[in-house]
Ligand binder design. Structure first.
Ligand SMILES: [Zn+2]
Length: 287
């Protein structure tokens, strides 16, 4: 199965903690607290580097070198069982500038995420096909309705939800999500029909899903899966994912021949792909 992965820079794991001269003074670390539940196989540690206390998770593994990464749990260091704690500390010190940078990016993403969560209320705004639309809670409304053009929205268009003004954010999110998934289905079917006609090959069916790690996939029997959260993105980014999966109907790989098919379907796909790369999935409000 050909899959389009999410672009997650947390995977930028250095292969090996190489010896380096000590790094220049790093900026202040965000405070990392011990997670309430430790991810499987990890233990929590503290180590002071350049006068700053660094909290991290240590995972022992059978790999051959020390690896560092930052994900939603914070800093995780993976080390072979035979590596001593002193060697782990050495790696933390050598990579401290990288660690601080990654942790600051992580903190910023969490803040953006928190911001996203606070939007599920009257007058809150959510991204829809690349523009910010406004939520209105109206207890008199009979159904959910949208003031703008469904597939060419303008910033400030209003999505009215039949809810009390002070409805719980989870209810607001549930109703808005039903509408967003509905739009995603209509939009994707429309564009799948367009691109498959252009390609000259049919697809077997569409499945909308919300996988944590990919935007879309295409199986050898012609089933296309699309991540419905794409509906938050600008049209060009959504179309790129659809064109990409449709091109897999002809080329089940990422060879030059595959990219030629993508280009035939969407001549400006490079710009659209870069647009998609700019969106970190953690900043989406519906994750
Ligand atoms: Zn692909």
């Amino acid at each position: 199965m050909a899959q389009l992965p999410l672009f997650n820079d947390a995977s930028a794991t250095p292969k090996k903690a190489v010896a380096q001269p000590s790094t220049p003074a790093a900026p202040t670390l965000p405070t990392i607290t011990q997670p309430q539940r430790l991810p499987a196989g990890t233990s929590w540690h503290l180590h002071t580097v350049q006068g700053q206390e660094l909290g991290y998770l240590l995972k022992r593994s059978r790999r051959q070198s020390i690896g560092l990464r930052v994900n939603e749990h914070g800093l995780i260091i993976t080390a072979p069982t035979w590596v001593s704690m002193a060697q782990v500390h050495d790696a933390l010190e050598q990579k401290f500038a990288w660690i601080v940078r990654k942790l600051l990016e992580w903190e910023e993403r969490l803040q953006q995420l928190a911001l996203g969560k606070s939007q599920w209320c009257d007058n809150g705004s959510i991204p829809y096909l690349g523009v910010a639309i406004t939520l209105k809670l109206d207890p008199e409304a009979f159904t959910t309705h949208f003031s703008g053009n469904h597939f060419q929205p303008n910033a400030g268009d209003i999505l009215t939800l039949p809810l009390a003004k002070d409805a719980q954010s989870s209810r607001v999110q549930d109703l808005a999500q039903i509408w967003l998934q509905d739009q995603a289905r209509h939009y994707c079917i429309n564009r799948l029909n367009y691109y498959t006609a252009k390609l000259g090959l049919p697809y077997r069916g569409l499945r909308l899903a919300n996988p944590a790690k990919r935007w879309g996939s295409c199986s050898s029997d012609g089933m296309i899966m699309l991540n419905w959260r794409l509906i938050h993105f600008p049209v060009a980014a959504v179309d790129y994912v659809i064109a990409h999966e449709v091109a897999h109907l002809k080329e089940m790989n990422h060879s030059p021949a595959f990219w030629r098919e993508v280009e035939k379907l969407m001549p400006d796909y490079v710009t659209a792909r870069n647009l998609l790369k700019k969106h970190h999935p953690d900043t989406l409000p519906l994750l």
